[in-house]
Write a protein that binds this ligand. Structure first.
Ligand code: NAP
Length: 293
């Protein structure tokens, strides 16, 4: 059986290797041409989306956003190339309503739809240590399970489509708040006369030191922000969080400010840098000021 794959970005280019390690042939679509180092021999890369669905019982998607999923899977005609009974597994981070809508459109073709957004970044993607937030019909999830297990060491089965997206956005809300808060804390420390290493050394010994600060510490201290998780995707996720919040009337007033700040960051030179670059943003310039400041 050939497995289909769509999206060879920062995450997809790593995750596809885990899937290929199970030994089956993989046909991997990417919109632009890509040279992926150390790509296993059983992975063939194509720029034609329908090749990553035709004859594939399973196609995994790791694309930027819902618009990318629509373009690659639906507008390209790729969905029409799938045999009824096959399954699409969307691992991209999309909105709650996006996911439900995509599921409806896919299922209208007699194709199963599983949502499986992931927690974890490029290193866990390489090592098969992501956390998958999986939702959809049980039989469809079971069909994808061996492949999900090679990418993720924890799999949460969360019920109906939309639930995986909701949990993913909840986590990334906290991620956004953590990085923005650290940026403000470090801007404050800078004005108080402390360099970033001293400030980080103090924070590390406090009770408010999460794993993400430890993970991003080398970038923050060196000032090199080669992207693992780019600012533009964090900005997307907080926007999706606020949209779902508004829909459910959840009381999340701080998220609106975070969304506006991240939108501004993603409109500027930080867009493609790792989100850890946000820790320099308030310190280094005017750009980080809140909209009404
Ligand atoms: P990325 O490096 O920006 O890759 C995005 C992928 O989407 C690329 O393959 C890109 O193709 C493709 N794409 C974008 N627009 C498209 C369109 N209109 N039509 C077809 N393909 C399109 O992103 P990533 O970091 O791998 O993340 C992928 C998804 O996982 C995102 O939803 C992100 O929020 C989520 N995520 C990321 C991380 C992380 O740490 N990076 C962690 C968890 C979840 P091109 O190469 O041609 O641009």
């Amino acid at each position: 059986m050939t497995i289909g794959w769509m999206g060879l970005g920062l995450m997809g280019s790593r995750m596809v290797k885990r899937v290929a390690s199970l030994g089956e042939d993989v046909i991997a679509y990417n919109r632009s041409s890509k040279e992926i180092p150390d790509l296993p021999k059983n992975v063939r890369v194509t720029q034609r989306a329908p090749e990553a669905t035709r004859g594939c019982r399973l196609t995994f998607l790791m694309l930027a956003d819902a618009a990318a999923v629509e373009a690659a899977l639906i507008d390209s005609g790729a969905i029409g190339s799938m045999e009824p009974g096959s399954v699409v597994v969307n691992m991209s981070t999309v909105g709650v309503e996006d996911s439900v809508r995509l599921a409806d459109r896919v299922q209208a073709h007699g194709i199963g739809y599983v949502e499986a957004p992931v927690l974890g970044t490029t290193r866990p993607a390489e090592e098969g240590k992501l956390v998958a937030l999986v939702a959809g019909k049980e039989a469809d999830i079971d069909a994808a399970l061996p492949y999900l297990r090679t990418m993720a060491h924890v799999i949460h089965r969360l019920g109906n489509v939309g639930n995986g997206a909701a949990m993913k956005l909840m986590v990334n809300y906290l991620l956004a708040m953590s990085m923005l808060s650290l940026g403000e804390a470090l801007a404050f420390a800078d004005r108080a006369g402390f360099d970033v290493r001293t400030a980080m050394a103090v924070l590390e010994t406090s009770s408010v030191w999460p794993a993400v600060y430890a993970g991003k510490r080398p970038m923050i201290e060196s000032g090199e922000f080669n992207p693992q998780f780019p600012v533009k995707h964090l900005a997307k996720d907080i926007r999706l969080f606020t949209e779902a919040s508004e829909h459910w009337r959840a009381q999340t007033p701080m998220a609106g400010l975070a969304r506006d700040l991240l939108r501004r960051a993603a409109d500027g030179p930080l867009a493609d840098l790792d989100m850890a670059a946000l820790t320099t943003w308030f310190r280094d310039g005017e750009t980080g000021r809140a909209p009404d400041a």
